[in-house]
Design a protein around this ligand. Structure first.
Ligand code: C2E
Ligand code: MG
Ligand code: MG
Length: 588
C-alpha cells in the first residue's frame, strides 16, 4: 500500500504508520483540516485523560471539551502556516519550578506542499522565573512574548502590588494587509518578514539607554522593556523604567514606524509594508491593563483613520469619542424603533422649462431634544455599524408611502420619480435591499419611479460587488444615478458597464462654474454623460448665474437652494402643486 500523503479521516492509515505512531516516545497526534483525528498515540490520549477509545475520525472537542478552544486556536494558526506552542496549564497556577505541559502544533504538508492538517505534540516543561521562559505562551514564530504575558507586564508596570503606580509607555503596531504579503510572496516569506520585524523591534528596545542602577531596584519584570506579538500582524512594546516623557515617546514611535515600514529583503525579494501605530503614556486614570489596552486601541484606530504609516498618541478626547459614538449608536437604534427619522424632499427641475419633475429624499433625525439633525452628524455611525441597512430600507418604504400620499391628496402624480440615497454598506449585503425592493414591486408600485443614488466613490470601493448589485437593480427596473460625480477617483471605465440613468454633478463643480476652468470641467462632464446616454442633474445651484450657464451648456436638470431647500413631505406637496399651477401645468 502506498503511504498516504494527506490525512483523510475516511480512509484508514496504513498499519505500519499506526504502529510507528504508537511507538513514538512522546505524545503525538495528526489532525486534518477539520480538527478530526487521523492518528494519535496512547501518550497523547493519556495527556488528555482519554482511555481505551479510538479517536480516529472524531473531532477533538468531542473527546476533550476542556482543551478544545485552546487546540482549535493553535490549529487555526498552524493551518495558516505558523508553528505555535502554548501551555496546557491554567495560567495563574504556574509557579516557579513547577512542571507544566506544553502543546505544540505545526502544519502538516502533502506532497505538493499544501497544508492538509496539523501535527500536534505535548511535552513537559519547567516554569522558570526568567522573564523569557515565563512566557510559556511565547510566540513560536518570532520568540516574542504573547498577549497574556504582555498583559501581565502592563499590570506589573501600572498597578504594581508594591510601590507607587507609575506611568508606562506602550506602543501598538499594526501592519496593513499582511494577508496580501502572504498571498503575494507565500507564507514562508511572510513568516520571515515577521521575524525580521520582530528582530528590528527587539533591537530598538535593546539600544535604549539602560535605567540607572539605584537602591531598591524594581523587580526584573517591571524594569525591562518587552516586545510582544499580539496577533498575526500586531506587535506591542512596553518601555520599562525610566518611562519616557511624551516627547521621547513621540520620537520612539516615529522610529518604530520607520523600522516597520523600511523594506525587508529576503533573498531576492524586497517586501514593502505599511503600518500604523498607536501609543500611550499611561496616566492615573489607567488603573488596569484593560483600561490601558482600550485607550491604546483607540489611538491605533485614530492612526488608521489618518491613513497609512501614521502614528497617533492617545489623548483623553479619543476615549470620550469612542464613548460618545457608543451613546449615539444607542440613540440611533432607538430612533429607528421610535420613528424619529424623517425624510425631507428637495425638488429637481428641468432647466429648459423650469418644471419640477423629480425630488431627492434626504434623511433627517428628529431628535427629541436637539431638533432636526442633518445626516452628516449621524450617517458615519449608521454606516460603520451597519445600522444603515435597516434605516436604508425604511427610507425606501417611506419614500414610496409619501409618493402614494401625494397621489391620493392631489389625484395625480406630482413627480416622475424620487431618488433615494444608498450607501456602499447596503451594497455589501445586498439581500436586504433587494428584498425590500421586490416587496415594493410586488405591492404594485412601479419601481421605475424610484432612482437609487450611489456615490461614485462607493461604486469604486468594491467594483465587483457593485457590478452584480447594479445589474440586479436594473433587472428590477429601478433607475440608477451616480451621485457626487467627479469627486470619486475615475470610475469612468467601471461606469461604462452599467446603464446609468443619471449623473449628478457635485456641488463643488457647480459653485466653480463661473470660473474659466470650472466651466471647462462641467462641460467635460456633460460630454461624458452624453456619451453614456445619461441625464445630468447639477447639484447645489445657488445663483441665477450658475443656472443660466448650466442651461446654456445643455445641462438637463438642476437642484439647489436657488429653487428650494429640502422640505418635509406636506410642504413639498404644496410647493410642487403651486409650482405646477404657476407654470400652467396643473391637473385639469
Ligand atoms: P447628497 O446626496 O449629495 O445630497 C445633497 C446634499 O446637498 C443635501 O445635504 C442637500 O441638502 C444639500 N444641498 C442641496 N442643494 C444645496 C445648495 O444649493 N447649497 C448647499 N450648500 N447644499 C445643498 P444633506 O441633506 O445634508 O445630505 C448630505 C448627504 O447625506 C447626502 O449628500 C447624502 O450623501 C447623504 N444622505 C442623505 N440622506 C441619505 C439617506 O437616506 N441614505 C444615505 N445612505 N445617505 C443619505
Ligand atoms: Mg444624493
Ligand atoms: Mg451629491
Amino acid at each position: 500500500m502506498a503511504p498516504k500523503t494527506s490525512p483523510d479521516a475516511e480512509a484508514p492509515i496504513p498499519e505500519w504508520i499506526a504502529r510507528f505512531v504508537a511507538d513514538i516516545p512522546s505524545a503525538v497526534a495528526l489532525l486534518d483540516r477539520e480538527l478530526r483525528y487521523v492518528a494519535a498515540n496512547n501518550r497523547w490520549l493519556n495527556a488528555f485523560g482519554i482511555v481505551g477509545e479510538s479517536v480516529i475520525g472524531q473531532r477533538h472537542e468531542q473527546i476533550d471539551p476542556a482543551s478544545a478552544l485552546l487546540l482549535a486556536d493553535l490549529h487555526r494558526r498552524a493551518l495558516a502556516g505558523e508553528t505555535v506552542e502554548a501551555s496546557l496549564a491554567d495560567d495563574d497556577a504556574l509557579t516557579e519550578g513547577a512542571s507544566h505541559r506544553i502543546i505544540g502544533v505545526r502544519p502538516h504538508h502533502d506532497r505538493d506542499g499544501t497544508i492538509v492538517g496539523v501535527v500536534a505534540t505535548v511535552h513537559e516543561a519547567l516554569a522558570v522565573a526568567t522573564e523569557k521562559s515565563l512566557q510559556y505562551a511565547t510566540d513560536a514564530l518570532t520568540g516574542l512574548a504573547g498577549r497574556h504575558c504582555f498583559m501581565k507586564r502592563i499590570r506589573a508596570a501600572i498597578a504594581p502590588e508594591a510601590g507607587p503606580r507609575r506611568p508606562a509607555a506602550i506602543f501598538l503596531l499594526d501592519i496593513d494587509n499582511f494577508k496580501g504579503v502572504n498571498d503575494l510572496h507565500g507564507a514562508s516569506i511572510g513568516d520571515e518578514v515577521l521575524r525580521v520585524i520582530a528582530n528590528r523591534l527587539l533591537a530598538s528596545t535593546r539600544s535604549r539607554p539602560l535605567p540607572s542602577a539605584r537602591a531598591g531596584r524594581p523587580p526584573a519584570t517591571q524594569r525591562s522593556d518587552m516586545v510582544a506579538r499580539l496577533g498575526a500582524d500586531e506587535f506591542a512594546i512596553i518601555l520599562g523604567n525610566p518611562t519616557p516623557s511624551l516627547g521621547d515617546a513621540d520620537a520612539f514611535a516615529r522610529r518604530l514606524l520607520q523600522l516597520a515600514v523600511s523594506p525587508v529583503l529576503i533573498g531576492e525579494q524586497r517586501v514593502r509594508l505599511s503600518a500604523n501605530l498607536g501609543y500611550i503614556v499611561t496616566t492615573e486614570a489607567h488603573r488596569t491593563e484593560d483600561h490601558a489596552m482600550r485607550d491604546l486601541d483607540a489611538a491605533l484606530q485614530e492612526a488608521k483613520q489618518r491613513g497609512p504609516n501614521s502614528a497617533k498618541a492617545w489623548e483623553p478626547a479619543l476615549t470620550s469619542n469612542v464613548g460618545r459614538r457608543l451613546a449615539l449608536l444607542d440613540q440611533l437604534r432607538a430612533a429607528l424603533d421610535e420613528n424619529q427619522f424623517v425624510l425631507h424632499y428637495q425638488p429637481i427641475l428641468r432647466l429648459d422649462d423650469g418644471h419640477v419633475v423629480g425630488a431627492e429624499a434626504l434623511l433627517r433625525w428628529n431628535h427629541p431634544s436637539d431638533g432636526l439633525v442633518p445626516p452628516a452628524a449621524f450617517l458615519p455611525v449608521l454606516e460603520e455599524t451597519g445600522l444603515i441597512v435597516p434605516v436604508g430600507c425604511w427610507v425606501l418604504r417611506e419614500t414610496v408611502r409619501q409618493m402614494q400620499v401625494w397621489q391620493m391628496l392631489y389625484g395625480r402624480d406630482l413627480l416622475d420619480w424620487v431618488s433615494v440615497n444608498v450607501s456602499a454598506r447596503q451594497f455589501n449585503d445586498p439581500s436586504v435591499l433587494l428584498a425590500t425592493l421586490a416587496e415594493i414591486r410586488d405591492s404594485g408600485f412601479p419601481l421605475s419611479r424610484l432612482k437609487i443614488e450611489i456615490t461614485e466613490s462607493a461604486v469604486m470601493r468594491n467594483p465587483q460587488i457593485t457590478r452584480s448589485v447594479l445589474t440586479e437593480l436594473q433587472e428590477l427596473g429601478i433607475r440608477i444615478a451616480i451621485d457626487d460625480f467627479g469627486t470619486g477617483y475615475s470610475a469612468l471605465g467601471a461606469l461604462r458597464d452599467y446603464q446609468v440613468d443619471t449623473m449628478k454633478i457635485d456641488r463643488g463643480f457647480t459653485s466653480a462654474i463661473d470660473t474659466p476652468d470650472g466651466k471647462e470641467l462641467v462641460l467635460a462632464m456633460l460630454k461624458i454623460a452624453r456619451i453614456y446616454g445619461a441625464d445630468v442633474v447639477a447639484e447645489g445651484v445657488e445663483t441665477i448665474v450658475q443656472r443660466d450657464i448650466l442651461r446654456r451648456s445643455g445641462c438637463g436638470y438642476a437642484q439647489g437652494y436657488l429653487f428650494a431647500k429640502p422640505m418635509d413631505g406636506s410642504f413639498f406637496g404644496a410647493f410642487a402643486l403651486t409650482h405646477l399651477v404657476e407654470t400652467g401645468d396643473a391637473a385639469d
